[in-house]
Design a protein around this ligand. Structure first.
Ligand code: XMP
Ligand code: MG
Length: 180
């Protein structure tokens, strides 16, 4: 598996340090709020698991799964709910936890449908941001880990064809992997 990686973009140590920083900021900002962390499956699970343990205030967690991509690296442009939240979010202060903000279509769709359920507030926390690829200009991350270049990245939850999520670092695949 490691042989498929062209280069490491973010090491395990860099990722952990950033998650601690984000967790500390969220802890401060959500002291007196009714925090609900909403993890967008599956890409954000590793980030979510680390981030929630870096948050030192009361919070609840829930998961949702939407699909916007096939098994490849290109967006199909359509978003649909595969798994909805279990919790009735009315009155909660939602923090959507995402792995990567790319075109922005997924997050703008999720934010729109969750807004209709009358939470107290909705903010976005994304580990990675690829601003060069943005198609929905008004979608912004309130908390952001790293800006990454326009390369397809894997590891730390992110996949290529459902593989590589278990790499503890963030890497770029060798081009020959796509043509296999
Ligand atoms: P949009 O374009 O809607 O997409 O902002 C966000 C979702 O697309 C996936 N995505 C990636 N997954 N490496 C991945 O493994 C990438 O470089 C990449 N870019 C986008 C991701 O699931 C994210 O939630
Ligand atoms: Mg995702």
């Amino acid at each position: 598996m490691k042989d498929d990686i062209l280069k490491v973009l973010l090491t395990e140590e860099e990722l952990q340090a950033k998650v601690k920083e984000l967790g500390a900021q969220i802890t401060e900002d959500y002291q007196d709020k009714k925090l609900l962390l909403v993890s967008v499956l599956k890409g954000s699970v590793v980030f979510m698991a680390d981030l929630m343990r870096a948050i030192d205030t009361y919070c609840r967690i829930d998961f949702m799964n939407v699909s916007s991509y096939g098994s490849g690296t290109k967006t199909t442009g359509t978003v649909k709910i595969i798994k909805d939240l279990d919790i009735d979010i009315a009155g909660y202060d939602l923090l959507i936890v995402e792995d990567i903000l790319d075109s922005g279509k997924t997050l703008s769709y999720i934010k729109k449908i969750l807004m209709e359920r009358k939470p107290n507030s909705i903010k976005i926390c994304t580990l990675l941001d690829k601003p060069e690829r943005r198609q929905v200009p008004d979608i912004k991350a309130d908390y952001k880990g790293f800006i990454v270049p326009d390369e397809f990245v894997v590891g730390y939850g992110l996949d290529y064809a459902e593989t590589y999520r278990n790499l503890p670092y963030l890497g770029v695949l060798k081009p020959e992997v796509y043509s296999k």
